[in-house]
Design a protein around this ligand. Structure first.
Ligand SMILES: Cc1cc2nc3c(=O)[nH]c(=O)nc-3n(C[C@H](O)[C@H](O)[C@H](O)COP(=O)(O)OP(=O)(O)OC[C@H]3O[C@@H](n4cnc5c(N)ncnc54)[C@H](O)[C@@H]3O)c2cc1C
Length: 309
């Protein structure tokens, strides 16, 4: 470590990047997360197909390796939750849009939908990219911007990659599915929009960044590309809990950077809030009022490939 005349840490770009990675590794370990830093030699052994860019600009000097990492099949997760909710007696009404939220005397009384009115003492807004629009139906402002996020998939290849690679510098992640397709994704589009159309520019950028890591994919065809909406908050952390000034209105949104991984914990704690009226300690820091209180939860590093830069 080097210190300047002011006694402050003074590192070059490369040292600073490695230092930041080391900080993150040690922080993970303090929290009991099984991850470690690896250098170029070990990276080459773990992912032989990846270019370490030796002799080029921005060579790969280190990585954070998380051995228990895995890929979850997200649609199967949703089916599982759907079946569980059904078994527990919940009614699911697909293709039913909430068009208005009725209120009286400072509390919600129900929702108007495209298939009629549903009376409710508690309304949970968990509508992701649309959550700020839906909150507006209840007269509530959410500090959420909605950004498209695009991903793509290549034609199937023989197995060559059994790790998920995510580059915070290139804003790209790459992994191979059990069907052999290579899934490629990155950060959200840099502008807010509700468009769910795939676009050429993000595809070109993702392809370019992927080829920097895996030049061996240069002749591989992209099979399909898709886009969805991400609900981004100013501090990159979700918003969970009741809304001051409107009894019975609860939000669970702003999951655009964390993704769906925390859904089980969020669901359990939100269910507890609905059942007891008490906000569980685990989700209290994520309350909406934190933005007025200046008590932000800085989670910018939570999804390095998805952060807006
Ligand atoms: C391309 C892409 C790749 C991603 N990759 C990952 C990844 O690798 N890992 C990860 O963890 N996360 C990933 N995510 C993010 C993850 O998908 C989301 O964060 C997660 O699905 C959000 O869950 P949710 O329950 O909050 O909302 P959603 O699952 O989006 O559900 C919101 C629901 O609200 C409904 N709705 C909206 N408006 C209304 C209305 N007016 N009335 C009634 N219903 C309404 C919508 O139809 C939708 O069904 C990705 C997202 C995209 C777009």
């Amino acid at each position: 470590m080097l210190f300047n005349q002011m006694g402050r840490l003074d590192l070059g770009h490369t040292d600073a990047a490695l230092y930041a990675l080391r900080m993150r590794t040690e922080f993970n370990r303090i929290l009991g997360v099984d991850s470690k830093m690896v250098g170029p030699q070990e990276i080459k052994q773990l992912v032989p197909s990846m270019s370490l860019r030796e002799g080029l600009s921005y060579p790969i000097l280190g990585a954070l390796y998380h051995p228990p990492c895995g890929v979850i099949r997200h649609d199967a997760v949703v089916w599982g939750f759907g079946r569980g909710a059904d078994r527990g007696g919940a009614e699911l009404h697909p293709f039913t849009e909430v068009t208005a939220i009725d209120r009286a005397n400072g509390r919600v009384t129900g929702v108007q939908t495209t298939r009629g009115f549903v009376g409710a003492e508690i309304v949970l807004n968990a509508t992701a990219g649309w959550s700020s629009e839906v909150a507006r139906l209840a007269g509530v402002d959410l500090p959420i911007t909605t950004h498209p996020l695009q991903a793509m998939v290549t034609e199937p290849l023989k197995p060559f990659l059994d790790k998920t690679i995510s580059s915070a510098n290139l804003h790209a992640y790459v992994y191979q599915t059990d069907r052999g397709e290579v899934v490629i994704g990155g950060g959200v589009d840099p502008y807010p929009s509700y468009s769910m159309r795939s676009a050429l520019l993000p595809m070109e950028q993702l392809a370019g960044h992927t080829l920097e890591m895996f030049p061996c994919l240069s002749k591989v065809k992209v099979l399909r590309q898709w886009a969805g909406l991400c609900d981004m908050t100013p501090d990159y952390a979700p918003i969970m809990g009741p809304v001051d000034g409107l009894d019975g209105f609860i939000v669970s949104c702003g999951w655009g950077s964390w993704g769906f991984k925390a859904a089980p914990a969020a669901g359990k704690n939100i269910a507890s809030l609905i059942a007891t009226g008490e906000t569980p300690d685990l989700i209290r820091p994520f309350r909406l009022s934190r933005f007025h209180e200046g008590k932000l939860v800085n989670e910018r590093a939570a999804a390095p490939a998805a952060a807006i830069h």
